[in-house]
Design a protein around this ligand. Structure first.
Ligand SMILES: Cc1cc2nc3c(=O)[nH]c(=O)nc-3n(C[C@H](O)[C@H](O)[C@H](O)COP(=O)(O)OP(=O)(O)OC[C@H]3O[C@@H](n4cnc5c(N)ncnc54)[C@H](O)[C@@H]3O)c2cc1C
Ligand code: FES
Length: 257
């Protein structure tokens, strides 16, 4: 296994009330949707999507001990970085829709920028619990049209991202759809695309330890999410018995989603 390279945090950006971006003094050749492993010596090592590339940035939502420690990192401090790992998004489509829920926007923002640069027309549905948790609205606006929705109605429509997506599908044609966010949201987006014969891909999460296909902790119905994923096409996710149903904890125990 490659050793983590000691990498300096060049810049820290507060994106919203829950998410900070760490920009590293590092450039990597990577595809949108790929991830890196971040190592905090004496704490743990965990996976994060590249939210900026080729200059590497990751956008971290504070949810527990490790991410709290990442939020305490100051500019100039060092972290261990391994990767990039996994399969990223295949770049498809000229009329493209992004469905981003919460911190899922971190994987889709660099994808939207890459597709926009290749001439695609991008429409984004950006959802969050509330206005204060919306992520990268300005980056998506720079790529095309954006419809915002929040659970509490504090910005945009008070609706689920999937409701807005269905409304959009009734008015517009898309030849590719990309999703990242809560698993039940991804499942519904995949189902709606399958019904209409639209190509769909999503970046998903499973508990990861090694990040390179050795330990088996991230397995989803026989796929190692760290190697064969984290991006899968909609058909594969809809065929899966585990997706949007169960996930493994640190101990390997399966728990209901
Ligand atoms: C491929 C991939 C990309 C990710 N990208 C991002 C990202 O861009 N931004 C972001 O904020 N989060 C991302 N995550 C999730 C991030 O790894 C977890 O939020 C983080 O590890 C939580 O650690 P914690 O100690 O703060 O919280 P904990 O209290 O340990 O856990 C909180 C939740 O995070 C999940 N989690 C904990 N450890 C891991 C692990 N080793 N692997 C996967 N999930 C874990 C668990 O499901 C748990 O429910 C990604 C996960 C994966 C698998
Ligand atoms: S994290 Fe070890 S096999 Fe995927």
């Amino acid at each position: 296994m490659a050793k983590p390279r000691a990498t300096r945090v060049e810049r820290v950006v507060m994106e919203n009330v829950r998410v900070k971006t760490l920009v590293f003094d590092l450039e990597l050749e990577a595809q949108p949707g790929q991830f890196i492993m971040l190592w905090l010596p004496g704490v743990d090592e965990k996976p994060f999507t590249l939210s900026y590339m080729p200059k590497v940035g990751v956008s971290v939502a504070r949810v527990g001990t490790f991410t709290q420690r990442l939020h305490e990192i100051n500019e100039g401090e060092m972290l261990g970085v391994r990767g990039p790992y996994g399969h990223g998004f295949r770049l498809l489509g000229e009329k493209v829709c992004m469905v981003a829920g919460g911190v899922g926007a971190a994987a889709l923002a660099p994808l939207a920028e890459t597709l926009k640069a290749s001439g695609a027309k991008i429409t984004t549905i950006l959802g969050a619990k509330s206005a204060s948790e919306l992520l990268f609205e300005r980056r998506f606006l720079a790529c095309g049209e954006v419809s915002v929705c929040t659970d509490d109605g504090s910005k945009g429509k008070k609706a689920l991202a999937t409701t807005l997506f269905l409304e959009l599908l009734e008015r517009r044609d898309f030849d590719a759809v990309y999703a990242c966010g809560p698993e039940l949201m991804i499942y519904e987006v995949a189902r709606l695309c399958e019904e209409r014969g639209i190509k769909m891909q999503a970046a998903i999460e499973r508990y990861m330890k090694c990040g390179i296909g050795i330990c088996g902790s991230c397995v989803l119905d026989g796929y190692r999410v760290c190697v064969e994923g984290p991006v899968f096409d909609g058909k594969t996710l809809l065929r899966s018995e585990e997706f949007a149903s169960v996930r493994r904890e640190h101990s390997g125990r399966l728990v209901r989603i």
